[in-house]
Design a protein around this ligand. Structure first.
Ligand code: PSV
Ligand code: MN
Length: 427
């Protein structure tokens, strides 16, 4: 299925009257605050969030999976789905692939299809957290950290394959997330496991193309429950620093213990030039992979406030960060969920762009705690929906992507085209 220009234009025409009213009020607010509307719109328009290829189907838990119908069974269909999202919001112009779930059989054809839909390939992800069919050595006791050199070499080779696939498609980064760790005290020598991991990463890093990044993801627990070899940003940063300038830390919002101050981590990593990218999602308890911004929208805003602060004081600070979603869906249509996630991310970004950074700094310098807090709250409480709508209308996206998605009955069409029992590769 494809969404055409005419469908978008018809939809936007119908939204125009009510949009104009609300946007008028909004732009008056900006003028009063001396914020340049065009700059804000330009920055929103530039911002693209990559869609994870593994979040386009129904997510599974260890208790099962509920099929949604019309799932993309092949890479071609996954790209088609991202094309639908991008046509609706013009903010999802990238896809992040997971190997071996998404091995491109015909890279040239895949590239052509993506180009037609105006989609580029963001970071490619390796997978040494599962054993694949016909795989020689098991990752049951780890991959890059394994005690056995042969297993480590197999995992290194897999990562090199992933880089090769990524190069064929024009990706510029590899994301490495390791499930390596231990379930019981005494099981693993912490130092040796970390040093072996570093040794394996060095082998991969040596083969990294000059214009690529290596993104190192961390996670405190799961699937190992006593220790993870890369449990936190400090360990990721340590490895990235030892590896070199192309290695950076990837922050998955769900990979923190409850109440961790993620925005502070983001500020520190940016200060060091080591913030490589994000996996956006939200959570209540652990790595819940819920829709971005559905539980802690204020936290998301505070993260963007740090990002915007850094981008203002150093214009290079913002570029070079990979923005990706990493989510899972058990009870919602994944495409609807992804539209909601992108909207939440843009909303947090837009609000952060409204913060008066100069005044905030002044308040901080004189320790006016209340004023500093109010400046943030004022931006956070602003209804930016008219702004996001305006940005979409100007870039020929749908004023209300979710509404148009439903009006066009996209899911039903996909079910008609693909059937009810297709299963997307992924977890
Ligand atoms: C692990 O929980 C993770 O966040 C990593 O990014 C994986 O690649 C992804 O989820 C797989 O579902
Ligand atoms: Mn992740």
């Amino acid at each position: 299925m494809k969404i055409n220009k005419q469908q978008i234009e018809n939809h936007n025409r119908n939204q125009l009257k009510s949009h104009k009213d609300s946007f008028g009020v909004f732009s008056d607010q900006l003028t009063a605050k001396k914020i340049d509307l065009d700059t804000v719109l330009y920055r929103l328009n530039q911002f693209q969030v990559a869609i994870p290829s593994w979040a386009l189907g129904a997510g599974g838990t260890r208790f099962g999976r509920f099929h949604i119908g019309g799932e993309p069974g092949r890479l071609k269909e996954k790209i088609e789905d991202v094309g639908l999202l991008h046509a609706l919001n013009r903010s999802s112009g990238a896809i992040s692939l997971h190997i071996p779930w998404d091995i491109p059989d015909d890279p040239e054809a895949v590239k052509r299809q993506a180009e037609e839909l105006d989609i580029r390939f963001d970071a490619v992800n390796s997978n040494t957290f599962q054993d694949q069919k016909n795989q020689k050595h098991s990752y049951k006791f780890g991959s890059l950290c394994h005690t056995d050199r042969i297993v480590r070499e197999q995992a290194v080779d897999h990562n090199l394959d992933v880089i090769r696939y990524g190069k064929e498609l024009g990706s510029k980064a590899i994301t490495i997330w390791l499930a390596d760790g231990s379930n019981f005290p005494g099981q693993q020598n912490f130092r040796k496991a970390l040093m072996r991991t570093l040794g394996s990463l060095e082998k991969i890093y040596r083969e990294l193309p000059d214009d690529w990044k290596m993104l190192i993801e961390y996670k405190p627990y799961e699937p190992n429950f006593y220790s993870m070899v890369i449990p936190d940003w400090g360990t990721s940063h340590l490895l990235a620093s030892k590896l070199g300038a192309q290695a950076k830390t990837l922050v998955d919002l769900g990979h923190h213990l409850p109440n961790t101050n993620i925005e502070q981590i983001v500020a520190t990593l940016m200060m060091e030039g080591k913030l490589g990218g994000f996996h956006f999602n939200d959570s209540k308890y652990g790595d819940d992979d819920l829709t971005t911004g559905c539980i802690k929208p204020y936290q998301l805003f505070l993260i963007f406030n740090e990002l915007v602060y850094e981008s203002d004081s150093d214009s290079t600070g913002f570029s070079g960060i990979d923005w990706m979603i990493d989510a899972s869906h058990n009870s919602k249509d994944p495409l609807e969920d992804l539209l909601q996630s992108v909207e939440a991310i843009l909303s947090a970004y837009a609000k952060a762009l409204l913060v008066d950074q100069a005044k905030l700094e002044e308040a901080r310098e004189v320790n006016d705690v209340t004023e500093a807090q109010e400046l943030l709250l004022d931006a956070f409480r602003t209804d930016v929906r008219p702004l996001l709508r305006e940005s979409r209308i100007r870039s020929q996206a749908a004023a209300e992507p979710l509404k148009l998605y439903r009006d066009l009955q996209v899911r039903n069409t996909l079910i008609d085209e693909r059937g009810t029992s297709t299963v997307a590769t992924g977890l």
